[in-house]
Structure formats: structure tokens, C-alpha cells
Design a protein around this ligand. Structure first.
Ligand code: NAP
Length: 455
């Protein structure tokens, strides 16, 4: 495909970019390594000042940044602008809390003084996806830079302008040149960067194959990785749930970002007692969504980011249908318009052996499972190779406690939408990855946790 801005709403190629040459990569790595030696000595207060300045820029120019996101990957403009604001939040959060999160931690031992000190590692590589093209990068960059590391970004090939403007924001905020650099490179150039001895660790958000490939290379080189991969999050609705709230939130949970979110609710697991009513109201709300130009404020559902995402999604849907699953609504790509549009779709009654059992549906497709009770709901929720987030709806405290305890996921939200929040760790188990971003845990991933013992 190459590195290019291609408008997903029209299919128009707006701008193409040449990938960096070997020589350019070498000189950028040299700059990163050199700046690390001085940057690691900068006081936390100075780093915080720069990060707060980045937050101001993000808020000041949120509309401009929003338009770049929407042009490149098709999310509705109102969520793109909200994404720029959320990035400002994570910058301010780490600017305020990093010093406390990375302060020396005393420990009582046989020493006269012993403690833990957190120190930066050096150059950290971030391989990032297009679906939250600003947020994914800032939630890596804010803690990494506060910890004294320097960052290099290999962004998804369809969001090069987002990648470049993020580097501009960090430079304009006052960070020394080279503390954060965008590398316009293809996936095939990642290996050489990972194995470079100056690169100390890597984080990847994206698909399983990409994560497995990066982690295998990093493993050979004995370098730490954090992987934030896919999910097929359950959304459980029990009999005691506030049904109206559960259905309204279900729409956002499935449709946010045109259905392309790792923590989108993908499998709706509803007990028989309320399933018919849940289905009826969900259909009604899906039908009311406005599909169209993502640049328009009133659009709810824009195009999928690329033609291949559309093709992959449709293929999963067609296999479900061929094997005998029921189509409640949608189920067929929209052929009456250009761009990568897919209609809101609900499938149910899956026979064994469909992709609903183990695949991630990355788009506006809800999979509806009917179950007799909470035991079956938990069993169904856990019967998947992923374990990212889970949302469950009940007003019964004992049931909520069971769900919190028994759901196999990196996060459980009771009576709410699974969402990322700078104050809470974010990450998965099983094939959804390992390691955590955000919260205190996120800033402690890429540091040397140094034990100090003084007699
Ligand atoms: P993807 O193809 O894996 O792309 C993600 C990034 O990895 C891109 O920068 C891509 O570069 C790069 N990449 C791809 N193959 C690679 C390889 N073999 N070695 C090194 N880098 C490689 O992912 P996607 O399909 O676009 O993104 C959607 C996936 O991301 C979904 O599964 C979603 O659930 C997941 N996701 C997870 C989270 C989370 O926090 N857990 C958040 C958002 C998305 P190119 O663009 O150049 O190929």
C-alpha cells in the first residue's frame, strides 16, 4: 500500500510519502541517542512544563488536528476533536503525577539504607495503529518522556500526516529536538530498528500477527516489549440490568470510531429473560444512526479506515451467514457509495464453528448471543482467545462481584462503557497482549527498577 493519506470516505489519494532510507534512519537514531544523554538529566519539573505546553497546543489546535485524523482514517470529526482533548488530558496527568510515580521507594532491609530508584532506559520504539491516531501515540509518549526516555514512532502507514504533526506538537511544546521523532517507515523496516543496540525496548498496539512478529524479534535481542493487541470484548446484560441504559451504552460501545476500537463491545451476551427486548431496542437505535461524511458534525458512522478492513470484516460476516447464522440487520457492504462504508449489522444464532467463536470483528457488527443465566454468560464471555475488556450490566451486587472475579479480561466495567482513562491501567491478558499503559503501571513499564542497598 505504501505510506499515504487516502481519504476513506472517497477513496481519493491525497498525498504519498517516501519511506525513510537506511541512512536517514541511522542519522535519526544517532540524534535520539545523543539527546537521551542530556535529556535524561533534565529535571522532572522542566519535562512537566513542556508536556503541559503540549497539552495547550493540543487544545488550541484541536479542530485542525481533528480534521487531519478524519481525513486520514475516517472517524467522525466530533470524536476526532474529542481525541485531541483527551491527549491534552494524558499530558497534564503525567506532567502532574510522574514525579510521585517515579519517586524513590524506601524498603526496610538489613541495609542502613535501601530503596528502589526508577531510571529511564533510553530510546523506546512505539509501533502504533491508525484507529486512535493521536491518542495511542500520546498515551505512550506522555509517560515515556516524563520518565526521561526518548521516543521514536513508527505509525501506521495510512496516517503519516498525524504522525508528522505529533512530532511537530512535541517540538513546539519545547522538548529538545530528537526527544520524540517520527520515522516514516513500513512494517518491513521495523526489524532493523528493533535490533539496533541503541533501541532499548518497544511497545506495539495493533494486530496479533504484528505483535507476535515484533515480540519475537525483541525476544531474540532480550528487549522488553509491551503489546496491546486485539479483543472481542463481551458485553453482558443480566435480568436485573437497567435495560435502557444498557442498550444506549451498547450503541456507543459497538459503534465508537466506526466500530474500530480494540475495546469496542463486540459480543453482546444477553440472558433470555431480556434478550428479545434488548434486541428490539438495539435494532431501533442502530437504525437511527446517521451514516455519512465523517467531516459532518452530525455523522454518527463514517467509513472504515481502509478497503482491506472493509473486505476482512465483510468476509467474517459472510462466513457466519453461510454457516447458518441469522442476520437481524445489515450484513452486506454498501455498494451505492464510494468509500469504505459498512452498515450497522447485527448477527445472532451462531452454529458452532463460525468466526463469532474466536475472531475480532473490527467494524460496526454486533454479535448477539442469548444465554440462560449468569453461569452461561460468564462461560460464553471467557470462551475466546482474547482478554482485553468486559462490560457487564446488573444491579445485583453479588452478581457484579462474580463478574468482576470471574471474567478473563484486563478490565471489567460494571454498568458502564469500557474506556481508557489516564488514571487507570490499560491492557489485556491472553492473546490481547501483555504489559500495561496508563496509570502508575504505564509509566513504570519502560524504566530500570533499580535496587539500591547501602551498608
Ligand atoms: P496492524 O496491521 O497490526 O498495524 C498496527 C501497526 O503495526 C502499524 O503501525 C503497522 O504498520 C505495524 N505492523 C504491521 N505488521 C507489522 C509487523 N509484522 N512488524 C512490525 N510492525 C507491523 O493493526 P491494524 O489491523 O491496522 O489495527 C487494528 C488492530 O489493533 C486491531 O486488532 C485492534 O484491536 C488493535 N488495537 C489494539 C489496541 C489496544 O490497546 N489493545 C488499541 C487499538 C487497536 P503498517 O501500517 O505499515 O502496516
Amino acid at each position: 500500500m505504501g505510506i499515504a493519506t487516502i481519504n476513506p470516505a472517497t477513496g481519493e489519494t491525497i498525498k504519498t510519502f517516501e519511506p525513510l532510507s537506511k541512512e536517514s534512519i541511522e542519522s535519526k537514531l544517532a540524534v535520539a541517542q545523543q539527546v537521551f544523554e542530556s535529556y535524561r538529566q533534565t529535571p522532572m519539573t522542566q519535562r512537566a512544563e513542556w508536556l503541559n505546553a503540549a497539552a495547550e497546543i493540543l487544545e488550541r489546535d484541536k479542530v485542525r488536528f481533528g480534521k487531519i485524523m478524519t481525513t486520514e482514517m475516517g472517524k467522525p470529526i466530533k470524536s476526532a476533536i474529542a481525541e485531541a482533548n483527551k491527549c491534552a488530558w494524558v499530558c497534564r496527568y503525567y506532567a502532574e503525577h510522574a514525579a510521585e510515580f517515579l519517586a524513590d521507594v524506601p524498603a526496610a532491609t538489613d541495609a542502613s539504607k535501601s530503596f528502589v530508584r526508577y531510571q529511564p532506559l533510553g530510546i523506546i520504539l512505539a509501533v502504533m495503529p491508525w484507529n486512535f491516531p493521536f491518542w495511542q501515540v500520546f498515551r505512550f509518549a506522555a509517560p515515556a518522556l516524563m520518565a526521561g526516555n526518548v521516543g521514536i514512532l513508527k505509525h501506521a502507514s495510512n496516517v503519516p500526516q498525524c504522525a508528522l504533526v505529533i512530532e511537530d506538537i512535541i517540538r513546539e511544546a519545547g522538548f529538545p529536538a530528537g526527544v520524540f521523532q517520527t520515522f516514516l517507515v513500513g512494517a518491513d523496516q521495523v526489524k532493523d530498528i528493533v535490533i539496533d543496540p541503541r533501541v532499548k525496548a518497544a511497545t506495539l498496539t495493533g494486530s496479533e500477527p504484528a505483535g507476535a512478529s515484533l515480540a519475537a524479534i525483541a525476544g531474540q535481542e532480550i528487549k522488553k516489549t509491551v503489546l496491546e493487541l486485539g479483543g472481542s470484548d463481551p458485553y453482558i446484560v443480566l435480568e436485573s440490568a437497567d435495560l435502557e441504559a444498557a442498550v444506549s451504552t451498547a450503541v456507543t460501545a459497538r459503534m465508537l470510531n466506526n466500530g474500530q476500537s480494540c475495546i469496542a463491545a463486540k459480543r453482546f451476551i444477553v440472558v433470555d429473560a431480556v434478550a428479545d427486548e434488548f434486541e428490539r431496542r438495539l435494532v431501533e437505535k442502530f437504525q437511527a444512526l446517521k451514516i455519512g461524511d465523517p467531516m459532518e458534525e452530525t455523522t454518527d458512522l463514517g467509513p472504515l479506515a481502509t478497503p482491506s478492513i472493509l473486505k476482512d470484516l465483510d468476509q467474517l460476516v459472510q462466513v457466519c451467514i453461510e454457516k447458518g447464522s441469522k442476520v437481524i440487520m445489515g450484513g452486506k457492504a454498501l455498494s451505492d457509495r464510494s468509500g469504505n462504508f459498512y452498515p450497522p449489522t447485527i448477527l445472532s444464532d451462531f452454529p458452532p464453528g463460525t468466526p463469532a467463536d474466536n475472531e475480532e470483528f473490527f467494524g460496526p457488527v454486533a454479535l448477539l448471543f442469548r444465554v440462560p443465566d449468569i453461569d452461561a454468560a460468564i462461560a460464553r464471555a471467557n470462551a475466546i482467545p482474547f482478554g482485553l475488556g468486559a462490560s457487564a450490566w446488573t444491579t445485583d451486587e453479588a452478581q457484579a462481584e462474580r463478574l468482576i472475579d470471574e471474567l478473563e479480561a484486563g478490565a471489567v466495567f460494571i454498568n458502564g462503557l469500557v474506556k481508557s482513562d489516564p488514571r487507570l491501567p490499560f491492557g489485556g491478558i491472553k492473546r490481547s497482549g501483555f504489559g500495561r499503559e496508563l496509570g502508575i503501571q504505564g509509566i513504570q513499564e519502560f524504566v530500570n527498577i533499580k535496587t539500591v542497598w547501602v551498608k
